[in-house]
Design a protein around this ligand. Structure first.
Ligand SMILES: Cc1ncc(COP(=O)(O)O)c(C=O)c1O
Length: 399
């Protein structure tokens, strides 16, 4: 029988997972090998937006597995056609590229941008990224984010990246020139707690991108697929991307990522210049297609805002009494709570471990913030129960 020691012996220690082995999950519940039940406020890091073990998606997966499993992008499959059509119909995009993860979608977006802009000016290769961003763990992704904990030990990083402070308008223009290929940003950041892009900041990005004929890449790997209450977050921000990165929730946990873009940009790509063996596989695309149908329902998206409000009410009721959260921020069902270190003598890691032992799964944002990203279909009574566990746990650590 497998145990945690076997995990610790055989897996490269890039992660320090919770100290239990997960056995099964359904909706917003998870059970471990000892049959202990947890309420899940993580949804696999904002992925299982339609709940665990969703019966409609399990059916699609089983049906597709029996019919066609894998053939590579060298052969066309119907689910990839269907999913690409649905995504183009729903968004600004004319074209889709499918890959396997969020970081790979960012990698693809940067390559597409450079390929496109270099087609009319050889030196047009610089990328502008922002502080406290997160774009994944490939060399390109960590070079964009630049933060120490991601990059230490991995030098040399990718060249041609300039970074500016997120939401700071002031001297943003100093980074732009004829050599700028693209700007990449998240409209909602999570790495330092939930932070939304300011209106003025986006206006300046749009103005400068237009002036220097550079592209706007929006990373919606985490904010997309209903997480913020619209299918993609950009629908709420009065900005049209040239390239959009998606992954995470698109097949509710079955691995798939991708990039959306326009016909104009897509035309400059050439055969063989980019690709991946698993991209656009029939199972991932069949599930993705069903996810698009289910998430697009007006009621489901409208309920995201209602549930967000409900969460905030519960959090604020508690905080009015105990005043231990310094800041609470949200964007749909994506909520961060920032602790005041002077008022809370426990670490975020301690809090998360204690929540686990009390039957609640939550996420870390950084050393002073936790994050909730439950499934979008979580029931109100589970929000109440989960928040009670959270609050009781905080109180027990304050004693
Ligand atoms: C905004 C954003 N971009 C990219 C990624 C990387 O995605 P993946 O872990 O699938 O490579 C993440 C993952 O958390 C993310 O939040």
């Amino acid at each position: 029988m497998a145990n945690i020691n076997d995990y610790n012996k055989n897996i490269i220690p890039f992660y320090r997972p919770a100290n239990f082995i997960v056995d099964r999950a359904k909706g917003s519940f998870v059970w471990d090998k000892n049959n202990k039940k947890y309420i899940d406020f993580t949804a696999g890091i904002a992925v299982t937006n339609l709940g665990h073990n969703n019966k409609d998606l399990v059916k699609v997966l089983n049906d597709q597995a029996k019919q066609l499993w894998h053939l590579s992008p060298l052969y066309i499959n119907q689910p990839a056609i269907d999913l690409s059509k649905k995504l183009c119909n729903k968004t600004f995009a004319d074209r889709v590229y499918f890959c396997n993860s969020g970081a790979e979608s960012v990698e693809s977006a940067i390559k597409i941008a450079r390929k496109y802009t270099s087609s009319f000016h050889k030196k047009k290769s610089e990328i502008i990224s922002f502080s406290s961003s997160f774009h994944g763990r490939t060399m390109t992704s960590i070079s964009l984010a630049k933060s120490k904990h991601l990059t230490e030990g991995f030098a040399p990083l990718l060249k041609g990246i300039r970074q500016h402070k997120y939401n700071k308008v002031g001297d943003l223009k100093k980074h732009f020139s004829e050599n700028t290929s693209a700007v990449i940003l998240e409209l909602v950041q999570w790495h330092d707690g939930i932070i939304k892009a300011d209106k003025k900041f986006l206006t300046e990005i749009k103005r400068l991108s237009k002036k220097y004929k550079s592209l706007i890449i929006i990373d919606e790997v985490q904010s997309g697929i209903g997480r913020t209450g619209t299918f993609f977050a950009y629908e709420q921000f009065n900005i049209k991307p040239d390239i959009l990165c998606f992954a995470k929730g698109i097949a509710n946990g079955f691995p798939i990522g991708g990039v959306l873009t326009t016909e104009k940009i897509s035309k400059k790509m050439s055969y063989g210049s980019h690709g991946t063996t698993f991209g656009g596989g029939p199972i991932a695309c069949a599930i993705g297609s069903k996810v698009v149908d289910l998430i697009s329902k007006k009621k489901l998206l409208g309920d995201v805002f209602k549930k967000e409000k409900f969460f905030l009410e519960k959090i604020n009721e508690f905080n009015e009494k105990y005043e231990c959260f310094e800041d609470v921020k949200s964007a749909g069902l994506w909520i961060s709570i920032h602790f005041n270190k002077n008022l809370t003598p426990f670490s975020v890691d301690e809090l998360i471990a204690k929540c686990h032992s009390n039957g609640l799964m939550i996420l870390k944002a950084n050393e002073t913030s936790v994050r909730f990203s439950p499934s979008l279909i979580i029931e109100n009574d589970l929000i109440v129960k989960g928040m009670k566990i959270f609050h009781d746990t905080v109180l027990s650590l304050l004693k």
